[in-house]
Design a protein around this ligand. Structure first.
Ligand code: 6PG
Length: 479
């Protein structure tokens, strides 16, 4: 016998609760389940008037409340808890039912789960959901993987609850099979880390070099938010910087411990990039910067290390410097996205996902943490050239970087001379210069490898693999 609920949500912590409410507000009947039933009843008591909820107390009751094919959204902590929920529910399901995992799961786990459940006739849809608790309630960006068949039944519902971009398009698309959705969400988070790091570096430069207060910097960010940097992260940065701590009357940012936490998705982005051979140096620097910040003992023990004496700028110079920082931030951001999209393309190739990169940029335009006006440009670039090898190969982005590069170089040079750490800006610039270099010292690296390990090298002037007899008469042999 099947029930009347079109969708069910199990795991009613804040994200699950808000997602359930979002479905209900869009007219769907939503079955609810939570390990401790009290939370289920609280939701109905507090928000019952928002729509039709079917509260249940056991897995059996929950499954029975769902119409067929059953659609169950699992919103529990990524990892063992997800496996435990699957173990609990899968035996109660039938052919064609769909389990949707909306947590930040590792895509390899999602691949494993999808395969196991597919063999039992159950669809498993690993789904990236971005936008935090507000997004879950008012419209997140949604990145579902899994089978195309599961998207047929699920897609229209997700399209209803997803954020809408400025042109009204829902911020959801079928990303690709098995773990594609969680892979894309992981990369989204890696880019999020890089965006946040670059913004942090811009802030630090405006503070230490331009000599601006947090409130002044908030104004600078507000201005930037009206231009090409228009984005959610720039907008909230201005809010955070203008906030004053009630207890001390100091800028909020001055009373927060400067040790950044991380839950792991940024780190995964870098780990997977290393496996795929994709240089995501900007994202890596963002992860390392959080790591450095957290080494309190090391930082304390390093306070005696010498650095340059800062030279504060005058008012006019400071304003001109702020404009240069905007250029550096924008150019570095283009590089971060170039690297992130390279990873998406490499993952898609490696796992045969056939990800439409332009569509990914399109569904990140609303709802998610990295939503930005800029993403329209990325969609446009891939629409014009679906096989674009790199975002930097797009003429529009290349021209913009060319126009920004003098200021970008000046800002990073100032940062280095004044001793302000800017690993994101400098890594982005080094990546750019590496790509455009006529010759890289990699030729020397190859020579060294051949010298100490007979690892061989290729030549510029003819095909083949070669080794030089370094210990003998230095004859070159073809191997
Ligand atoms: C989102 C966020 C969300 C969360 C991340 C980042 O897209 O809604 O990315 O998934 O904030 O887990 O968290 P950390 O900074 O703690 O890694």
């Amino acid at each position: 016998m099947s029930g009347t609920a079109q969708i069910g949500v199990t795991g009613l912590a804040v994200m699950g609760r808000n997602l359930a409410r979002n479905f209900a507000r869009h007219g769907y009947t939503v079955a609810l389940h939570n390990r401790t039933a009290a939370r289920t009843h609280e939701l109905v008591e507090e928000f019952g008037e928002e729509g039709i909820f079917v509260p249940t107390e056991s897995p059996e009751e929950f499954v029975a409340a769902l119409e067929r094919p059953r659609r169950l959204v699992v919103m529990v902590k990524a990892g063992d808890a997800t496996d435990a929920v699957i173990q609990e529910f899968a035996p109660l399901l039938e052919d064609g039912d769909v389990i949707i995992d909306g947590g930040n799961a590792h895509f390899e786990d999602t691949r494993r789960r999808e395969k196991e459940l597919r063999e039992r006739g159950i669809h498993f849809v690993g789904t990236g959901i971005s936008g935090g608790e507000e997004g879950a309630l008012h419209g997140p960006s949604i990145m579902p993987g899994g089978s195309a068949e599961s998207y047929e039944s699920l897609g229209p519902m997700l399209e209803k609850i997803a954020a809408k971009a400025k042109d009204g398009a829902p911020c959801v698309t079928h990303i690709g099979p098995d773990g594609a959705g969680h892979f894309v969400k992981m990369t989204h988070n890696g880019i999020e880390y890089a965006d946040m790091q670059l913004i942090g570096e811009a802030y630090q430069l405006l503070r230490d070099v331009a000599g601006y207060s947090p409130a002044q910097i908030a104004d600078v960010f507000r201005t930037w938010n009206t231009g090409r940097l228009d984005s959610y992260l720039i907008e909230i940065t201005a809010e955070v910087l203008s906030h004053v701590d009630a207890a001390t009357g100091k800028p909020f940012v001055d009373v927060v411990l400067d040790q950044a936490e991380q839950k792991g998705t940024g780190r995964w982005t870098v780990q997977i990039a290393l496996d795929l051979g994709v240089p995501v140096s900007g994202i890596a620097e963002a992860v390392f910067a959080r790591s450095v910040s957290g080494h309190a003992d090391l930082r304390e023990a390093s306070r005696h290390l010498a650095g340059p004496t800062a030279k504060p700028l005058g008012d006019d110079e400071a304003a001109a410097f702020a404009d240069q920082v905007e250029q550096a931030l924008y150019a570095s951001k283009i590089v971060s996205y170039t690297q992130g999209f390279h990873e998406l393309a490499a993952g898609s190739r490696q796992y045969d996902w056939n990800i439409d990169l332009g569509r990914i940029a399109a569904i990140w335009r609303g709802g998610c943490i990295i939503r930005a006006a800029f993403l329209d440009r990325i969609t446009g670039a891939y629409e014009a050239q679906p096989q674009l090898p790199s975002l930097l190969a797009d003429k529009g982005f290349a021209d913009e970087i060319a126009a920004a590069q003098d200021d970008w170089r000046a800002v990073t040079a100032t940062a280095v001379l004044q001793g302000v750490p800017t690993p994101g800006f400098t890594a982005a610039l080094a990546y750019y210069d590496s790509l455009r270099a006529a010759r890289l010292p990699a030729a020397l690296t190859q020579g060294q490898r051949d010298y100490f390990g007979a690892h061989t090298y290729r030549r510029t002037d003819r095909d083949g693999t070669f080794h030089t007899l370094w210990g003998g008469d230095k004859t070159e042999i073809e191997s």
